[in-house]
Design a protein around this ligand. Structure first.
Ligand code: AGP
Length: 607
């Protein structure tokens, strides 16, 4: 987490840093700050909370200078406070850092024993202290940085400058992304290309483990295995990120309503008439797909829920065992099936645990690929990638990225099923033709907005919420609960409906609301779900049934009947969208910060 940005050039650093930080706010918004160099002085400005607060401060107290660094923080070590906000200054040196220094306590003890005085509770301060100790003892900033890096354990992207050599900006990275952009105004460094896209024409990615020194127009590289002496730049292929709400109150609502378009674009990218094609998967096609024992579907949070749905599709259509794995848990696996393949799912393509899972697969020689929404992300640059065509997702809660991931997984299952002879071309053709109704089906779902708002009003006084589902609706229950937790701060849990009587039913009492999800066309699921609902009601819970398909029974409890759809896959997407709307409606009624909920960050770049 945390976003960093740096500038050295002919313009005023403040403007570029501030604009960059606004675009990096998705990485954390506990506090932010910038440091510039101006006529022999180091100027530091920090604010608690969002970048707007820093902007207000800079309006009153500008930070002049054409060299500078900035940071927006998601607190890991030390509570959010002005003292702990970055940039962290120690003497003549000032540092911003994204990542975690695992051995910071040990280094801090060592530095304290040498008489160094600490001001913050951050792990970052040990970096600044080590560098400052080096330059103060007469070493060059390059040498001091190099030695400091040699002492660090953990992951980092670091920017620093110092009064001993203020005409240079120093960059270092290990495991976390760092990009340098070159443009008319000079050089801009950042955690994310989007943050600097409007200022630069070309970008160069800092190699993992390397140090880069920006000075004038030069970009000297050190500690680089390949021996490269300067950064390699490539033309930036996109100009800017869509940061407009386009008349919607929140990015989240805009992104929910963008789903028909996002899904149709994703469909067009991989489906042509009756064919599904994944050009970037030739490395898999060259392997004998019949040799595949298992597919590992890996992700975190919402992406993990997409993996769970993918597992259902793979088992049904692909004729291959699939398992869904949480990235951070996957990494603890003692055994990997050598006849396997890994699918890494991530909206941002920067999630640290998912990247680490990829490294683990690559080390074991297991073919892998990614499903990601960001073409220039670390994940997409590290392995063949299938892009979801959701467009930029700004709101912290994932919506359109999720449904497009689910669509790609569904297409993959069909693609594999055809290759393995599990489904025939006719069946594939008919499944693909129902997908042409995807946009219309979501539009109908979105038209239920008023009913969803009404349902939301009835949830406000709930003690807590339980979401129940079976089969593909089970991951949706988990996702619905996650969504309402993160944006509306409502305590909610998702469960497989059949699991309730194995323990969680002990929590059911008056005041608890149950959201039961049902595809009523599925006879087996319907009867079992209706039985579970009765068990909940008889213990005092109020139940809302959200269903696709015809119920065929009169219910004595409130129901939300979703528009009829042509196939179970469309039902899945329709329920997913409705649950997103429900979480949004509750969040708005509760007045939470919908797009940037407390304690969260869009991109989780620490393990
Ligand atoms: C989604 O609403 C969450 N904010 C979060 O669970 C997210 O899906 C997770 O952090 C994974 O992110 P990624 O898709 O960018 O890897």
């Amino acid at each position: 987490m945390c976003g960093i940005v740096g500038y050295i050039g002919r313009g005023q650093a403040q403007e570029i840093l501030l604009e960059g930080l606004k675009r990096l706010a998705y990485r954390g918004y506990d506090s932010c700050g910038i440091a510039t160099y101006n006529s022999g002085e180091l100027v530091l400005r920090k604010a608690l909370g969002k970048v707007a607060n820093l902007e207000a401060l800079l309006n009153e107290q500008p930070a002049e200078g054409s060299v500078g660094i900035g940071h927006t923080r998601w607190a890991t070590h030390g509570r959010p406070s002005l003292v702990n906000a970055h940039p962290i200054r120690v003497g003549a040196c000032v540092v911003v850092h994204n990542g975690i220094i695992e051995n910071y306590a040990e280094l801090k003890d060592e530095l304290l024993a040498r008489g160094r005085v600490f001001e913050t509770d951050t792990d970052t301060e040990v970096i600044a202290q080590l560098i400052e100790e080096g330059v103060r003892s007469g070493k060059s900033p390059e040498e001091s940085l190099d030695e400091a890096l040699g002492r660090l354990r953990g992951s980092y992207a670091i920017l620093f400058f110092c009064l001993f050599k203020p005409e240079a900006l120093f960059l270092a990275r290990k495991d976390l992304p760092l990009v340098v952009g070159r443009g008319r105004l000079g050089l801009v460094a950042s955690s994310d290309t989007f943050a600097i896209a409007s200022f630069v024409e070309e970008v160069g990615y800092v190699p993992d483990g390397a140090v880069v020194v920006l000075q004038g127009e030069s970009t000297k590289v050190f500690r680089e295995k390949s021996g490269a002496e300067s950064l390699t730049f490539e033309r930036l292929l996109f100009r800017d990120m869509d940061m407009e709400k386009k008349g919607f109150k929140h990015f989240l609502l805009k992104e929910i309503f963008e789903q028909p378009l996002a899904l149709m674009r994703t469909l067009e990218a991989y489906v042509n008439e009756d064919l599904v094609a994944f050009d970037s998967l030739t490395h898999l096609e060259n392997k004998n797909l019949n040799d595949l024992d298992v597919v590992y579907l890996i992700g975190c949070g919402t992406a993990y829920h997409a993996a769970m749905l993918g597992k259902c599709f793979f088992r049904e259509f692909a004729g291959v065992e699939a398992v869904s794995e949480i990235s951070s848990e996957f990494r603890l696996r003692g055994y990997l099936n050598p006849k396997s393949c890994g699918v890494l799912i991530s909206q941002s393509g920067e999630t640290a645990d998912t990247l680490a899972a990829l490294k683990m697969l690559q080390k074991a020689g297991i073919p892998s690929f990614a499903i990601t929404n960001v073409a220039h992300s670390t994940l997409a640059r590290s392995t063949p990638a299938l892009l979801t065509m959701a467009g930029p997702e700004v709101s912290v809660a994932s919506t359109k990225a999720f449904t497009t991931q689910v669509l790609v997984l569904y297409l993959l299952a069909l693609w594999l099923g055809l290759r393995k002879g599990r489904i025939d071309p006719l069946t594939l053709g008919s499944k693909l033709s129902t997908l042409r109704g995807l946009a219309a089906s979501i539009d109908h779902t979105l038209n239920r907005w008023k009913e969803v708002q009404h349902l939301a009003g009835g949830l406000l006084d709930a003690k807590y919420l339980v979401y129940l589902g079976k089969g593909p609706f089970m991951p949706l229950a988990l996702e619905g609960a996650l969504k309402i937790k993160e944006i509306a701060y409502v305590h909610a849990e998702g469960y497989p409906a059949g699991e309730m009587k194995h323990g969680p039913i002990a929590l059911i009492e008056p005041g608890v609301r149950v959201i039961a999800l049902l595809d009523a066309n599925d006879g087996v699921h319907r009867d079992k779900m209706l039985a579970t609902i009765e068990e909940m009601r008889s213990r005092g819970a109020e139940v809302f049934l959200m269903h696709t398909g015809r119920l065929g029974k009169e219910c004595v409890f409130p129901t939300l009947a979703l528009p009829s759809v042509a196939c179970p896959f469309l039902a899945t997407i329709s329920v997913a969208v409705t649950l997103q709307l429900l979480a949004y409606a509750v969040a708005v009624l509760k007045g939470t910060d919908v797009d940037q909920p407390r304690n969260l960050a869009k991109s989780v770049t620490v393990e």
